[in-house]
Design a protein around this ligand. Structure first.
Ligand SMILES: Nc1nc2c(ncn2[C@@H]2O[C@H](COP(=O)(O)OP(=O)(O)OP(=O)(O)O)[C@@H](O)[C@H]2O)c(=O)[nH]1
Length: 346
């Protein structure tokens, strides 16, 4: 019981998803005397469900977070785990399988309504008796509630996107992740990325003439436009990219390692998706975007400032377009003056 309480205290002391994952795998591993415990993300890419390991622990080892080393891959297809796939399809509480060497695997999906985006996987040689499953389910219940609380504090209440508070943390994580081969875009087959250096990218998206939408149709329709644009942002970028609402009609996207050409194509495809969408009652809405590569040598404030400058250029030169900061500088359309560690723009 002492050990259970210790794990509960540890788990509820975190304000960070990765640390919460670490503490749940450590708790479940010990309570189940498991050979291995993993936290799996369940996501879809191109309408196919995938599993990706977020945290894991093996017997005798310390727990580890896997997120930083996953590159752009969506993970393993769910089809490779037929028992879990059937459990998710039937919205069941657990699934079990017997693997090679008498290893038994127990999956406990974490349900929020009819959706499960996380699953705990436990592997051990001994059978999973009801008492053990009962105790582990209790721990996972606390984990689930805490995950929900963390999500709530990190998300914008109107659109459900990440809020500004989480931006610097996500940017730092992206800068730590090594460059990996490109994942396919949502709904598209895998293809080779074109030539060019792969980098992370930051894009600032702003709705054009949004004040006019509010003034003409009212704030409720304005809010609906923001929600629909947030949905388009989430559909247009990959699961490993990050989309934030910075407030008002401004959104920020962090794109994981890709080439300039690919980044421009993904961002411009989002812009054209918005342009061709028929917004209920409001009709046509467009967005302007400024984007820039991210680098560990620039502070988040400087990087955001560069993207904002490119956005401002897009706004003052016709709107409904995507502008790349470095290209504007190279073409002499934006000028930078470096003072101390920061840069100012004219
Ligand atoms: N409906 C709604 N409106 C918001 C929200 N947050 C900010 N706004 C409105 O967004 C509008 C932003 O207007 P401006 O900054 O003048 O920009 P704009 O009209 O989009 O013009 P450009 O950016 O120059 O194309 C203001 O009218 C704000 O009141 C929100 O959460 N919901």
């Amino acid at each position: 019981m002492d050990s259970l309480l210790k794990h509960m205290v540890d788990m509820t002391g975190h304000r960070d998803h990765a640390m919460l994952d670490i503490s749940v795998v450590a708790a479940v591993q010990e309570l189940a005397a498991a050979a291995q415990t993993r936290v799996l993300s369940i996501s879809t890419s191109g309408a196919r469900p995938y599993l990706r390991v977020r945290a894991s622990i093996n017997a005798g080892d310390t727990p580890r977070v896997e997120d930083l080393h996953d590159g752009g891959s969506p993970g393993e297809p769910l089809d490779s785990y037929p028992e879990l796939a059937a459990c998710l399809a039937r919205r069941e509480a657990s699934a079990e399988a017997c693997g090679p060497g008498c290893n038994r695997t127990l999956w406990l999906p974490i349900w929020f309504g009819d959706k499960a985006t996380t699953c705990i996987e436990i592997v051990r040689t001994a059978p999973f008796h009801a008492a053990i499953v009962h105790t582990i389910s209790g721990v996972i219940g606390v984990y689930r509630n805490f995950q929900n609380l963390l999500d709530y504090s990190e998300r914008d209440s109107l659109t459900g996107l990440l809020n500004r508070k989480t931006f610097e943390d996500q940017l730092a994580r992206m800068l730590q992740a090594p460059a990996e081969p490109d994942a396919p875009l949502p709904g598209q087959p895998e293809r080779r990325c074109s030539q060019g250096e792969k980098k992370g990218w930051l894009a600032v998206v702003d709705v054009d003439h949004f004040k006019m939408v509010n003034d003409t149709f009212g704030h409720l329709y304005g809010d609906e436009v923001l929600i629909l644009i947030a949905n388009q942002l989430q559909a247009s970028f990959r699961a490993q990219d990050r989309v934030f609402r910075f407030g008002g009609e401004e959104f920020v996207v962090l794109l994981r390692s890709t080439t300039l050409e690919h980044a421009r194509r993904i961002i411009d495809r989002f812009r054209t998706n918005v342009e061709s969408y028929q917004f209920p009652q409001v009709g046509k809405v467009t967005v302007s975007v400024g984007f820039v590569s991210i680098s560990p040598y620039d502070s988040p404030v400087v990087t955001l400032g560069h993207a904002d400058q490119a956005l401002y250029y897009a706004k003052t030169h016709g709107r409904n377009q995507v502008c790349h900061y470095n290209e504007l500088v190279e073409r002499g359309l934006l000028q930078t003056v470096t003072t101390n560690d920061t840069a100012e723009f004219f």
